[in-house]
Design a protein around this ligand. Structure first.
Ligand code: HPA
Length: 287
C-alpha cells in the first residue's frame, strides 16, 4: 500500500467517525496545551491507536487522540497531542496526521506548540504568533517524489511551492482580533525548529538569535511544510514555556515546559474558542 493510500484509508476511517460534521478547521495542541479540547461540545473522540496507520504519541503531556466537534460553535477537528521526529519517527510519519487532515478536507490549521523564548523581552507564559519560521531540522518532509494527489485544493500539490506567506496574514489578523476580545496581547515572532530532543546550548541560542529567530522548538515546521504543500492556510501559536538556554539562571526541563503549558492552557483555550468561529466563517466564505 502506498503512503497516499494509507493517508486516504485513515481519512476515510475518520470521516466515517465524524458523521455529518464536515470541519474546515483543524487545531494541533502542543505540549501541556490540551485544554481547548475540553471546550469542544458534541465531541467525537478517536484515539490515535484506533486510526489505521496513525503514529502514536510517546511524549508525556501529549495525549494522542482526535477530538472533533464544535468549538465556539464552529466545527473543528483537534489533534490533542502530536508526534515528533525526536521520538524516532521518520519525516513521513511525523507529517502523516497533517496529510490525513488535508485528505479530510481541512482548509486551515492552527498549530500550537511550546517553545523557548529567545527575543529579549519575552516572558514565560506569553503567547506568540508565528510570523515565519527557520527550518534547522536538517530535513524536509517533502523530500522524495512529489505526490500531486495531495493537491486536494486546486493549485496545490506542486513539486516546488512558495513559502513567502507560510503563516497566513489573514489568519494572523483574525487571531489578533480574537486575542483583543479575550484581553490578550499577542506578539509575533520567528520560530526556529531543531530536531531535538536535547534543549539547545547557550551558544546555539545566541547563534539562532543572530539568524533572526525569536522562538525555538522541536515541532510545527514539518506540519507547516506539508500543510502549505496541500494549500492549507496555517496559523502558528507558540507558548513561551521557558526562556531559551543561557537566558535565565534556571535549568531547562520538560517538567517546566509542561507546567507552564498547564498554567497557560486555559488562556490558549479561550483564544482558540474565540478564534475557531472566525476562521471557520472565513473558510466557509471561500468555499
Ligand atoms: N527549546 C526547544 N524546544 C522547546 C523549548 C526550548 O527551550 N521549550 C519548549 N520546547
Amino acid at each position: 500500500m502506498t503512503y497516499f493510500e494509507q493517508v486516504t484509508e485513515a481519512a476515510d476511517f475518520l470521516r466515517a467517525q465524524l458523521g455529518a460534521l464536515a470541519p474546515r478547521v483543524g487545531i494541533v495542541l502542543g505540549s501541556g496545551l490540551g485544554a481547548a479540547a475540553d471546550a469542544v461540545t458534541g465531541a467525537t473522540i478517536v484515539p490515535y491507536s484506533a486510526i489505521p496507520h496513525f503514529p502514536q504519541s510517546t511524549v508525556e503531556g501529549h495525549s494522542g487522540r482526535i477530538v472533533a466537534g464544535l468549538l465556539g460553535g464552529a466545527p473543528v477537528v483537534i489533534m490533542q497531542g502530536r508526534v515528533h521526529f525526536y521520538e524516532g519517527y521518520a519525516p513521513l510519519q511525523v507529517t502523516f496526521p497533517m496529510r490525513v487532515l488535508g485528505a479530510l478536507g481541512l482548509r486551515a490549521v492552527l498549530l500550537t506548540n511550546a517553545a523557548g523564548g529567545i527575543a529579549p523581552g519575552y516572558r514565560v507564559g506569553q503567547l506568540v504568533l508565528l510570523a515565519d519560521h527557520i527550518n534547522m531540522m536538517g530535513w524536509n518532509p517533502l523530500n522524495g517524489p512529489n505526490e500531486p494527489r495531495f493537491g486536494f485544493i486546486p493549485g496545490a500539490g506542486l513539486r516546488f511551492f512558495d513559502m513567502t506567506e507560510a503563516y497566513s496574514n489573514a489568519l494572523r489578523a483574525l487571531a489578533h482580533q480574537a486575542a483583543a476580545e479575550e484581553g490578550i496581547v499577542l506578539d509575533e515572532g520567528v520560530y526556529l525548529a531543531t530536531p531535538g530532543p536535547s534543549f539547545e546550548t547557550p551558544a546555539e541560542v545566541r547563534a539562532f538569535r543572530a539568524l533572526g529567530a525569536t522562538l525555538v522548538g522541536m515541532s510545527t515546521v514539518p506540519e507547516t511544510l506539508v500543510a502549505r504543500h496541500m494549500g492549507i492556510e496555517v496559523l502558528g501559536i507558540s507558548c513561551v514555556t521557558n526562556l531559551a538556554a543561557g537566558l535565565s539562571a534556571a535549568k531547562l526541563s520538560h517538567q517546566e515546559v509542561n507546567e507552564t503549558g498547564r498554567q497557560v492552557e486555559r488562556r490558549m483555550a479561550g483564544l482558540l474558542k474565540r478564534l475557531a468561529p472566525k476562521i471557520a466563517a472565513r473558510m466557509e466564505a471561500e468555499r
